[in-house]
Design a protein around this ligand. Structure first.
Ligand code: HEC
Ligand code: HEC
Ligand code: HEC
Ligand code: HEC
Ligand code: HEC
Ligand code: HEC
Ligand code: HEC
Ligand code: HEC
Length: 397
């Protein structure tokens, strides 16, 4: 086995490496117009924008204009705008540092200014997840506060497909790269260790979809089994970003739920199974942040904890009843929810549902030491050999 791997690696090393460069999404647009049209409605390409572009917005694609400006600053003090699309806006000054202070982050939903690292100096070191063709070395356009350089600000086609100038110039002979693995999305939809789901202030921290996904019952799939990678789930102009609906795979649960009182009241699967246990900008209630969780499973035990005692991590592979139910039923408590939860799909009569004697589900505690995402040496070798074969086959197809 080792011999073959060695030979394959040798072959791989001898093959001329693609010299594709980043061409930019506007180049791809010529031939992939429909995908480009969808992609332009997602937050991805706008994640980091030079200030003028952010002020212009992109009305045609439902992307708001950034009109807010922190107090005491003029537009001439700003080089880049960070986000400001769906949740919150932060600003980069003319020397490349993120503007910090007591009222320098704008929360879109509430229109409030909130603190961001008051008193601290914050270099813009976020490029790995916010730009395309990022390199850690150097300073973009010479701004000392910016750590690293990029080919394009924002997440462009080639952040997911790799540099594709050669494909764009000669699509019939050079194909672009497609990667359907969750690791692709997980490179950015993560916060440090993918085996842990970090929390703070009573909520899961935002951009943790990848570790949540690994803790969820859907870990055997990929993000793009459910998501169309080119479509926005947040943009009201788009309603088919989720290409595989819950009902498609959970026929029985869907049948059971259809026609129930809650279904009639317009409560959707994701309202209970993907509640807002995560906070990016705004805390809308004690148990309602502003990002949906991907944990899916609801623990119907009213005593199950959501977070570790120090509040820094999610305990298990589930959401608790307060997040799943009490953000709507604000006048009730977990014991009330537990009484009804297990039958939540089935309420179909006018009469109140029969309470259960005792809730049954018990929490599953997440393994903390097991390295789920670190394959062993054998596995790495196997992957390298498979990749080598694929690479060779693809190259000389
Ligand atoms: C001149 C036209 C043209 C341009 C420009 C172009 N493409 Fe393509 N692309 C094609 C054609 C034609 C195909 C289908 C050929 C094939 O299946 O390999 C394709 C296929 C693809 C595929 C699917 C590959 C596969 O294996 O199925 C991806 C991904 C892709 N392009 C990405 C890009 C990106 C990213 C850019 C911009 C950097 C780009 N393309 C620019 C014409 C173009
Ligand atoms: C290079 C980093 C990066 C990669 C790779 C990436 N994302 Fe994102 N994603 C982001 C950032 C940053 C945002 C926030 C952009 C914004 O403000 O909406 C985001 C936002 C989103 C959103 C919500 C915003 C919207 O408009 O719908 C979805 C859904 C999403 N990403 C899905 C995916 C999926 C699925 C993949 C893999 C196919 C992926 N992302 C790959 C960085 C990335
Ligand atoms: C590991 C990748 C990663 C890093 C590093 C990162 N972000 Fe993000 N950021 C994301 C993703 C993914 C999202 C959107 C999904 C979510 O919030 O759940 C996001 C969302 C945001 C938003 C909200 C965007 C909007 O449209 O409302 C802002 C603002 C933001 N990040 C600022 C920063 C700043 C400032 C830094 C650096 C100090 C940073 N981020 C570092 C991945 C990252
Ligand atoms: C967030 C990551 C991401 C971004 C950004 C992205 N793609 Fe893709 N793309 C994917 C993934 C993953 C697939 C795999 C097929 C699938 O799941 O639909 C794909 C598939 C494709 C395909 C082939 C299949 C199809 O749907 O026709 C083409 C062509 C393509 N992308 C072009 C583009 C172009 C052009 C852009 C920019 C305008 C772009 N992609 C932006 C992740 C991305
Ligand atoms: C592509 C198919 C697919 C889609 C789409 C899908 N699921 Fe699942 N779901 C599964 C599978 C398979 C399992 C795992 C069952 C197992 O591990 O025994 C699962 C498990 C679950 C569980 C835990 C079930 C249990 O036995 O405790 C819940 C809850 C759930 N899904 C809810 C949802 C919701 C809500 C949606 C829509 C947002 C959804 N699923 C979308 C296939 C899917
Ligand atoms: C009112 C809240 C609520 C809504 C809405 C809801 N569920 Fe559930 N669902 C629950 C609760 C509570 C459980 C029990 C949790 C458990 O068994 O761990 C559950 C269990 C499940 C399970 C695992 C047990 C089973 O019955 O197979 C699946 C799968 C599931 N739901 C899918 C769905 C789908 C699909 C929809 C939408 C058609 C949906 N749920 C709508 C609350 C809800
Ligand atoms: C079982 C299906 C499923 C899988 C697997 C899945 N998602 Fe989602 N995702 C959804 C649904 C459903 C929504 C909510 C759509 C809505 O708000 O209408 C969503 C929303 C999101 C959002 C926006 C959250 C918000 O509140 O705006 C992001 C970002 C995201 N997904 C990223 C990912 C990433 C990254 C992966 C893989 C690590 C992934 N998703 C895997 C179904 C899925
Ligand atoms: C998105 C908001 C929302 C969420 C989340 C939600 N509910 Fe409800 N619930 C409603 C609405 C709306 C009604 C219908 C009120 C009415 O018609 O009287 C309702 C009704 C009920 C009823 C009375 C049913 C009947 O037959 O009269 C019970 C019991 C209930 N919910 C339990 C739960 C439990 C348990 C959960 C969590 C697993 C939950 N709900 C999650 C909004 C929600």
């Amino acid at each position: 086995m080792l011999k073959y791997i060695f030979i394959l690696v040798l072959i791989l090393l001898l093959i001329p490496v693609s010299s594709s460069e980043y061409a930019g999404s506007n180049t791809c647009k010529t031939c992939h117009k429909d995908i480009w049209n969808d992609f332009m409605k997602t937050g991805h390409p706008y994640k980091l924008r030079p200030v003028d572009e952010a002020r212009e917005g992109n009305e045609e694609f439902g992307i708001r204009k950034v009109t807010e400006l922190p107090k005491g600053y003029t537009w001439d003090d700003i080089s880049y705008v960070i986000g400001g699309i769906w949740w919150k806006t932060r600003f980069v000054n003319k020397t490349g540092y993120i503007i910090t202070g007591d009222a320098v982050q704008y929360n879109i939903e509430t229109g409030e200014w909130v603190p961001y690292n008051p008193g601290k100096v914050k270099p813009y070191n976020c490029g790995d997840c916010h730009t395309t063709g990022y390199k850690k070395e150097g300073h973009q356009t010479g701004l000392p506060g910016i750590v690293g350089t990029w080919a394009f600000p924002g997440i462009e086609c080639e952040a997911c497909h790799g540099p594709s100038s050669e494909h764009a110039a000669d699509p019939s002979n050079v194909s672009a790269v497609i990667d359907t693995g969750s690791e692709l999305c997980g490179k950015c939809h993560v916060r440090g260790d993918p085996n842990k789901i970090p929390a703070s202030g009573g909520f899961i921290k935002h951009h943790e979809q990848y570790p949540e996904f690994w803790a969820s019952p859907h870990k055997k799939f990929n993000c793009v089994v459910c998501h169309d990678p080119h479509k926005s789930v947040r943009n009201p102009m788009v309603d088919d970003a989720i290409r595989t609906k819950c009902e498609y795979c959970h026929e029985d649960a869907a049948k059971e739920y259809a026609g129930s009182n809650l279904a009639k009241a317009g409560v959707k699967c994701i309202d209970c199974h993907m509640p807002f246990a995560t906070k990016s900008a705004v805390k809308k209630g004690e148990f309602q942040g502003d990002v949906r969780t991907h944990l899916f499973e609801i623990n119907t035990n009213p005593n199950a904890p959501m977070f570790t005692e120090d509040g820094k991590y999610v305990v298990g592979d589930y959401v608790t009843l307060d997040f799943a139910c009490l953000y709507c039923h604000t006048d009730k408590n977990k014991e009330w929810a537990a009484t009804y939860a297990i039958k939540a799909h089935g309420f179909k009569t006018e009469a109140p549902p029969t309470p259960l004697a005792s809730p049954t589900a018990s929490p599953t505690i997440l393994p903390t030491t097991e390295e789920k995402k670190t394959p062993g040496f054998e596995a790495v070798l196997a992957i390298i050999s498979v990749l080598s074969v694929l690479y060779v086959v693809r190259r000389y197809r």
